[in-house]
Structures are given as C-alpha cells and as structure tokens.
Design a protein around this ligand. Structure first.
Ligand code: ADP
Length: 652
C-alpha cells in the first residue's frame, strides 16, 4: 500500500492559509459545516439506494456520531453516508469544486483582517475544520466498494495532504480533528450539544453523542464524567418544514435558512405553507437579504431543494421555479412525486408544473407584501400607521418598512427578466418594478406612482434607457420633457431595454421611449408650438434634404424636432427599431446586432442649425452635428479620428 503526498489546488492553499491564520470570532461554525457535509452524504446515499438497496449494506439507519477523546485531544464526526473513494477524496478534499466558493476566494483582498471577517461569515465547508484543528484525518469508504478500498486522507492544512488505501469495514466517512490547544473547550459534551442543537435541530438525521455520567469520587463526591457506552440523539432530528409553524421560532427559521443557503446573513423574509389540493406539497421559501456573488450566472444551480416524502432528491431543480427567481432559497417537499423521479420526468410532470406555478405565485406574493409594507404612506413621522388605502391598513406591517427597497437594490434587475420569461405573471411583476426618474434619483418610482403624477392630457408613460444615471438625466431627448415638467423614468439596468420589449403598457397606459419615433406630446403641446413646428418643417425642407444627402451613410432620415431645447440635434430610432444603446451593448458582448441607422433630429431654434444653411463647410458641419449627437448619448463616432480632424479644422 503506497502513501501519496499531493499538493492542494492553489485556491485551497490560499483559503487554508487564511483559515489557519485568521482570528476567528465565530470558531464554532466548523461543526455546522462538517455536520452539514455528513448530512449531505447521507442524503446522497439514501437517494442512490432508491435504485440500489444493496448500498445500504447491513446498516440501513443513517446517522451521524459525534465523539471526542479528551486525552488525545481529538473530536470525531462520523457518518454512515455515501463515503468517498480514494479518487473522490483526492478530488473533493484537494480542490474547490463549488463555483460559489471559488468566486468567494477570488474576492479575497489579501488584507488579512478584512478577509478573515468575510471568511468567518461565509463558511468554507470541509476546510473550516482547520479553524480549530492543526491536523485532520479523514477515513472513508464509499458505499458499494469492498472494505479494502477504503481511504485515509490526512493533512496539517499547509500546502499538501497525504492519501493512502486502508481497509475499512464501515461504509461512510469519519473525520477526526486534532484540536489546537486553544480549541480544547470543544472537548465538552455540554458545549457540543448546545452547538449541535443550534445548528442541526432541523436536520432530519439523528446526530448521536455518547451519554456521560458522574464517576463515583471520594467521600461521596462525584468524580469526573465518564462515558456510558449509550448513544442518544442530541438534535430534534425532524425536518424543520414538516413541523407546525407555531412550533418554529424565527431564529430556527433563520438558522435553517443559513444551513441550506450557506449564507451568513438572516433572510429578508420567508413563507412556509402546506399546499393542499390536487397536488399536495409543503413549501418553505426564503428571500435572501443579499445577492450572492454569482447572481448573474443564469446556469448556476437553483436554490430550491426538492424532497419527496422527506427524502432529498435534488437541489438543482430548476423545474421548480423560473430562472428569474433563481435567488430564492428553500425546500419543496411533495408527497405526490415518485421517489425515483428523474430530471426528465421533472420537466414533464403535471404535478411539478403545479408546484412551480404555486411556488412562483407564493414568491410574488411575498414580494407584494414587502412592497406594501414599504409604501411611504405606510409610515408617517411619528410612527403612526396612516395608509392611504384604509382597506389595506391591517395588512401593512410597519416593522418591515424598508425591506422592499433592500430587496430591490439587490435583486431588482433580476426580476425584470421575468417580463420576458413569465407571461402569465407579467402584470403582477410590472407592479413590482421600480425605476429612477427625473423626479427621483433612486429606483423607487413604480409605474403606478408615475401614473398618479401624470399631467392632464398626458397619455403615455415616458422612459429613457441609458448606460448610466448621469447619461440618462442629461440626455438631450429629455429637454422638452424637462421644460414642460413631465416626468420621465430613467432606466439604467442592462436588462431594461430587453425587458421592456415585453411590456407595452401598464394598466391601460402605453409605455413610450423618448428616444424612439417622432416625439408626439399630443395634448401636452399647445397650438402655437404645433404651428411653429409645422412652419419650421416647411422652411427647413431644403436644409433637411441637403443634410440627408450629406449623411446618407449614417442617418436613415433627418427631420425637425420639438423635443430639443438647448441641444442642436439628437438621434432617435424608428418606432419599432432597436435602440442604438442596445445595439451597442450587443456588439460589446460580441453578439451580432442589426445595423441601426438612426434618425437625426435637429433643433430649428438652435444657432448652429440656423448657421448651417449658408456655411462653406456644410459637409463637415453636418458630420460634426451627427457625431456630437452620438457622443451625447454615450456612443462613439464610427471614425473618431475623422471627427477630431473636422473639429480641429474648424477651430483653426
Ligand atoms: P461542499 O460541501 O460545499 O461541496 P466541502 O469543501 O465542504 O464543499 O466538501 C467538498 C466535497 O467533499 C463535498 O462536495 C463532498 O463531495 C465531499 N465530502 C465532504 N464531506 C463529506 C462526507 N462526510 N462524506 C462524503 N463526502 C464528503
């Protein structure tokens, strides 16, 4: 039998360095991490055994045993779950597979103090054992392999680890921590019990510890505690979601969330229900307070775990919630699905579709409640509830005020994807959206707020999309709206333009981009203005023709506009066209975008436009006017050097 010494992957070494050198404020989390791994290992075995009961060998009761040896200063966490083969031990305990953890490591700054704080909150799975141990020894055998194919993995948590083959009768994994001197206080039954009940009460697996009793001492005084050989469960060992709501405290809900999400922060809110009807299931769904590092990875596994009759089935069950709700964490336990449900079956099952619809509605309902609690009317200065809609008063929870804003700052851009993804709930989603506007720098304006503030005679909800808030606010297209005091929504998320393709109106009022089509303020424009515009269009006809000819390569049309006040010109796209901004974004992302030829709109009142007519440099000026309009909306002239040359020629 040969012993191999192998090096940790660079990221692991980096992580371990930090784990072993950091001053932890919350050392005990190592136990949560190791018990959670043990429980996962048992879940995996239970699942594989559905199709291959031989894997259970002669030990069908899955359990975790926690024991310690004061004299040897060791703490052991042993499970009879799926176990590890030698290769799995090398792969899983020598590298970091999980992308979340990898992302996390890449975020570490190198500033030991700051990093230590981060890492203490994040929890780093198996490696957190090195918080309290200067050596870890893992012995394991994978279920189904013969006893001679066991493995021993040992490491001091520095650059490398050793593996060797061993003979191991029991299936599963036993992890022995050789505790550092300053971690001796974990060699205490009472302390371990209290940590385990804190972190593992909701785990459906029994966690056993050996009972102790007083040894007879001298003079009838009790001596030391001695082990009795009798093991007892130290956690409740009932899956949290199966218990009645009234028996679960907020702390227990929060602890359960932390355990299934690997998040260190308490969730923003949750919803726990038993759904009865043609499809029966229990759902416990959480909305996190903070976005994870990999929120934008649409391929990452979903956060909802699927159980069937309390047996864990899978945790990348994207069939359970639409992608735009990928931030939701939780558990769905169904009694109607077959235990051996496959991924393919999941996609097709009518029951799964019912669960998905029900869960989607439940999440939207939670968000609606948060939004309701957040209404500014819900809280007045003296703390008295004063809701505009009295009928809703009873349902508003002022103690929850501010949570929707918090949610929206983290996940607002993600739920916008839902406009395109979830037809059936589009109207509900639209009510949940918030934007900045010419009246609010923060994204707090709902379509309903906007509508309530619309001017008499205004018949559209106006918006503009841009890369940044500053670009949106200063866009020439807004000039006439500012002059007339008409509010415009300012949209600066990348997903905005795409998502609004799927929303043409809100509550009967059309949505209108101020950068698309000819501006038609309808009744908001007075007669004199309309007349002046028509006259200008007539007077400037020859100039417009000349401009069109000069800019034939760049502009699809040139026309007079009333939307500008201070700027000479701006670019707009045809009503049904893709905006120049979206086209630019697609190109930057390396995707093909249709060639967008915008319309150049000019301000007949502007001195520069008035001067154009008789200018000896007509062509150059025409190109400069066009390129500047492009620059003003954050674009780049096609030939920047030519632009500079033209401007310089004029300057000279
Ligand atoms: P995570 O559990 O988040 O994937 P860890 O670093 O905690 O990351 O563990 C890495 C991997 O090691 C696990 O994914 C699992 O495959 C394996 N592992 C850890 N603990 C056990 C165990 N008790 N039994 C079987 N496999 C385990």
């Amino acid at each position: 039998m040969s012993k191999q010494t192998l090096s940790f992957q660079a990221e692991v070494a980096q992580l371990l360095h930090l784990v072993t050198h950091a001053l932890y404020s919350n050392k005990e989390i190592f136990l949560r991490e190791l018990i959670s791994n043990a429980s996962d290992a048992c879940d995996k075995l239970r699942f594989e055994a559905l199709n291959n009961s031989a894997l259970l060998e002669d030990a069908p009761n899955l359990e975790v045993r926690v024991s310690f040896d004061k004299a040897a200063r060791t703490l052991t966490i042993a499970d009879n779950g799926i176990g590890l083969s030698e290769q799995e031990a090398i792969d899983n305990l020598g590298t970091i597979a999980k992308s979340g953890t990898k992302d996390f490591v890449s975020k570490l700054s190198g500033d030991q103090k700051a990093d230590a704080q981060l890492i203490g909150q994040f929890g780093v799975g198996f490696y957190s054992g090195f918080i309290v141990a200067d050596k870890i020894s893992v012995e394991s055998r994978r279920a189904g392999l013969p006893a001679e194919q066991g493995v021993r993995w040992t490491s001091g948590g520095a650059g490398d680890f050793e593996v060797e083959a061993i003979t191991r009768a029991q299936r599963g994994t036993s992890i022995t921590l050789h505790l550092r001197e300053d971690a001796e206080d974990y060699l205490n039954l009472w302390k371990l019990k209290s940590i385990i009940s804190k972190y593992a009460d909701h785990i459906s697996l029994p966690i056993l510890m050996e009972k102790e009793e007083w040894k007879d001492g001298e003079n009838d005084q009790p001596g030391d505690m001695v082990k009795t050989g009798e093991w007892e469960a130290v956690n409740q060992a009932s899956a949290l979601w199966t218990r009645p709501k009234k028996d679960i405290s907020d702390e227990q809900y929060a602890e359960f969330y932390k355990a299934i999400s690997h998040d260190h922060e308490a969730p923003l809110t949750w919803s726990h229900n038993r759904v009865e009807g043609s499809t029966e299931y229990t759902q416990l769904l959480y909305i996190p307070a903070k976005a994870p590092f990999d929120l934008w990875n649409r391929e990452k596994s979903a956060g909802v775990k699927l159980y069937v009759k309390r047996v864990f089935i899978m945790d990348d069950a994207e069939a359970l919630l639409p992608t735009y709700l990928r931030f939701v964490k939780g558990v769905i336990d169904s009694s109607d699905l077959p235990l051996n449900v496959s991924r393919e079956l999941l996609q097709e099952s009518r029951d799964v579709r019912a669960i998905r619809d029900g869960s989607t509605k439940r999440v939207l309902g939670m968000l609606e409640q948060l939004a309701k609690n957040d209404k500014p009317e819900a809280v007045v200065a003296d703390g008295v509830t004063d809701v505009v809609d009295k009928a809703d008063a009873a349902e508003v929870d002022t103690s929850q005020h501010g949570k929707y804003a918090q949610f929206y700052a983290e996940f607002g851009a993600v739920i916008k994807e839902g406009l395109g993804e979830d037809h059936a709930n589009r109207d509900r989603l639209a009510k949940l959206l918030r934007y900045a506007s010419t009246q609010s720098d923060t994204a707090t304006v709902s379509f309903a707020d906007y509508k309530a503030r619309m001017k008499d005679g205004q018949d559209a909800i106006y918006y503009i999309t841009a890369d940044t808030l500053a670009a949106a606010k200063n866009s020439p297209q807004l000039e006439v709206f500012k002059k007339k005091g008409i509010e415009v929504l300012l949209m600066t998320d990348r997903v905005d333009e795409w998502s609004l393709n799927y929303l043409n109106e809100f509550d009967g009022t059309p949505l209108q981009s101020v950068a698309k089509g000819a501006v038609d303020l309808g009744k908001l424009q007075d007669e004199a203005e309309k007349k002046a515009a028509e006259e200008a269009a007539e007077t400037f006809k020859p100039l417009l023709e000349k401009l069109k000819a000069a800019l034939a390569d760049k502009a699809s049309d040139v026309r007079i506009t009333t939307r500008l006040v201070d700027s000479p010109a701006c670019l707009v796209v045809q009503d049904d066209g893709m905006s120049t901004q979206l086209a630019r974004m697609l190109k930057q992302a390396g995707q093909s975008a249709p060639e967008v030829k915008p319309v150049l709109e000019v301000n007949a009142e502007h001195a520069l436009i008035k001067k154009l007519e008789g200018s000896a440099h007509f062509d150059d000026l025409a190109h400069i006017v066009f390129d500047q309009a492009l620059l003003a909306e954050g674009g780049m002239p096609e030939d920047p050097a030519a632009y500079v040359k033209r401007v310089n020629a004029l300057l000279v």
